[in-house]
Design a protein around this ligand. Structure first.
Ligand code: SF4
Ligand code: SF4
Length: 520
């Protein structure tokens, strides 16, 4: 029998999940360019309250990063209430819960051995961050979520919606267009992105996101129970939390409903509720027919969270995080960064940049020109998903500083516009084998026309060459003034030569390296 006096915890929890999910989507949409060069909202707040990101970034930087200190609020909340963050606030957890009706687990059998994986990942993430193996962006739930949406789901949704309205515009009768056109205008003004973007590795980002949901087939909240290193960090804190649940009477009968319905398998046969696993979803309180389960403030539990984990496994993770970075330094890439790896303006020197970047893709989403893309192996295995300029696809807009404004961890410094316009991210190099005035004697001044630097980094020399018909012609041949070029890439984007551009931006001369002039 259900007591009428029970507080409506489930309703409150669902409401909280809906509100935080809405907040997540609103901030996500507000990260897109909206016509102004300032972002007035803390669109990256989700990452700033993420204790895992804060811990990893600070261990990598070996310094306190002020913008990540709000993460202490979540730590304090966990010390007070346990893993309530996972049950009430986390947008990944909320999405998993809301998708449950479509992904029914085959069974909700506990697999206690798998729970240890998240502690192993946590150990790897934190020791790796300290010693120079930055992997937090591959496992942090918000990185997986935002990256998947920014580089895959959102562009795909925009493509589908735009396609639909294009078809109705071209083929539907006027009365249909009288409805669809204003609707399309409304969507464009509110939730659709400023422009259709395309990204490298979009399917990989999508696959990682979908995997989190596909794992629900094995057991409920599989990712949260077994894999999430943020969940592991909160679970460690939750052993010291004051709020905890318990059954008032373990001789309550044999229904074992609470054990079966618990999405985290937090309740054992003795009706003990593990603070490490419990996310305070309140399902057991709500559904217990005898109203035996209650939550209240109590003394912390005496047992550490990873007590059941073989010490060897835990030590192996710690050692891996400490030893593997030494091998990263044995590669040629460590001495000679690949020339095609052009970082955004304001990016910290490479090792610090890799350590701080959490691969959230916010900079890629906000980039007006669709210039920033997730790197694959250009920056090594530890640099997958970090932002790089792909100037053939898009260029770094001269008057834009948005990527530094949204960067979650300060991996890209926010630059005042005047400083950004002088920041060298690379150098353009002309390929005389394909450049039209050199290779074919065809007049072309596109790169010079688009160069945004006040004194034009591209100049011309007059030359006499043979054209394709063997005639002698006088043409202007471009050349680059190294000290004026900032590597924005617009010349590469606009070059009319088909396929590979005849002018290519490389990372040569980037000002973030003090040893080659400039530096921060
Ligand atoms: S375990 Fe991780 S993904 Fe799941 S709710 Fe907690 S923080 Fe979010
Ligand atoms: S550099 Fe880009 S991907 Fe990396 S943390 Fe900053 S905003 Fe996120």
């Amino acid at each position: 029998m259900k007591g009428k006096s029970k507080p409506p915890w489930i309703t409150w929890r669902r409401l909280s999940q809906v509100l935080f999910l809405l907040l997540f989507f609103i901030l996500f949409i507000k990260t897109d360019y909206n016509g102004t060069d300032e972002i007035p909202y803390a669109v990256n707040i989700l990452f700033r309250i993420d204790p895992l990101v804060a811990a990893a970034a600070m261990l990598a930087a070996k310094a306190v990063i002020a913008i990540l200190l709000p993460a202490l609020i979540v730590v304090a909340l966990t010390l007070l209430l346990g893993r309530a963050f996972c049950g009430w606030l986390c947008p990944m957890g909320a999405l998993i819960d809301f998708c449950r009706r479509w992904i029914r687990p085959r069974a909700n059998q506990p697999r206690p051995g798998l729970r240890r994986i998240k502690y192993v990942l946590l150990a790897l993430v934190l020791t790796g961050a300290f010693f120079g193996l930055p992997v937090v962006g591959y496992f942090d739930p918000f990185s997986i979520l935002v990256r998947g949406f920014a580089t895959s789901v959102y562009p795909a949704a925009n493509g589908a919606v735009t396609e639909f309205f294009t078809v109705t515009y071209k083929s539907a009768p006027a009365w249909v267009n009288a409805v669809t056109e204003p609707l399309y205008a409304l969507l464009k003004a509110t939730i659709l992105p400023f422009k259709q973007k395309l990204f490298t590795l979009s399917l990989l980002s999508l696959a990682m996101l979908l995997a989190v949901f596909a794992l629900e087939k094995l057991e409920r909240r599989f990712f949260c129970r077994n894999l999430c290193p943020l969940g592991a960090l909160l679970a460690l804190n939750s052993w010291f939390s004051l709020m905890r649940g318990r059954a008032a009477d373990t001789r309550c009968g044999d229904c074992r409903l609470c054990e079966r319905i618990c999405r985290m398998n937090a309740i054992d046969g003795e009706k003990r509720i593990s603070p490490e696993a419990c996310i305070l979803c309140m399902e057991c309180v709500d559904r217990c027919p005898q109203e035996k389960i209650a939550f209240g403030f109590d003394r912390p539990a005496p047992k550490p969270a990873f007590a059941g984990m073989p010490r060897r496994t835990f030590v192996a993770a710690l050692v891996s995080g400490a030893v593997l970075p030494a091998f990263l330094k044995t590669r040629t890439i460590a001495a000679v960064p690949p020339p095609e790896l052009v970082r955004p303006p304001g990016a910290l020197p490479e090792p610090e940049f890799l350590g701080r970047c959490v691969r959230c893709a916010e900079c890629m989403q906000v980039c007006i020109g669709n210039a920033l893309h997730p790197a694959f192996l250009e920056a090594g295995m530890e640099g997958v998903f970090t932002p790089r300029l792909m100037a053939r696809v898009g260029y770094c807009e001269y008057n834009c500083t948005l990527c530094g404004q949204v960067c979650t961890t300060g991996a890209i410094r926010p630059l005042p516009l005047a400083e950004k316009q002088k920041t060298v991210i690379g150098l353009a190099i002309i390929d005389k084998n394909t450049c039209l005035p050199f290779a074919k004697g065809v007049p072309c001044i596109v790169c010079e026309e688009h160069c945004p630097t006040p004194d034009k980094a591209i100049k011309f020399r007059m030359a006499t060459v043979l054209n394709e018909r063997g005639e002698s012609v006088r043409v202007k041949q471009p050349y680059v003034i190294d000290r004026l070029c900032i590597g924005c890439g617009i010349c590469e984007t606009r070059c009319p030569v088909a396929g590979r551009s005849a002018i290519v931006v490389t990372s040569a001369g980037e000002s973030r390296h003090p040893e080659i002039g400039g530096g921060y």
